[in-house]
Ligand binder design. Structure first.
Ligand code: ZN
Length: 57
């Protein structure tokens, strides 16, 4: 199966999400908090400053 250069499942900073996500560039894991109804507003990656995340699982 060929891998598309534009991954359709990427999310971007400012998106409100729940669950766990990994940085599309460096694989850093972020998880939505238990407070605020579990909603995470995706930040830019603190390690590599990427603006794209992909859902884990
Ligand atoms: Zn990163």
């Amino acid at each position: 199966m060929p891998s598309a250069p534009d991954q359709p499942h990427l999310l971007h900073i400012g998106d409100e999400v729940t669950g766990s996500f990994r940085c599309a560039e460096c694989d850093l894991l972020v998880t939505s908090p238990l407070e605020n109804d579990g909603v995470l507003v995706l930040p830019s990656c603190p390690l590599c400053h990427s603006e794209a995340w992909r859902r884990v699982g």
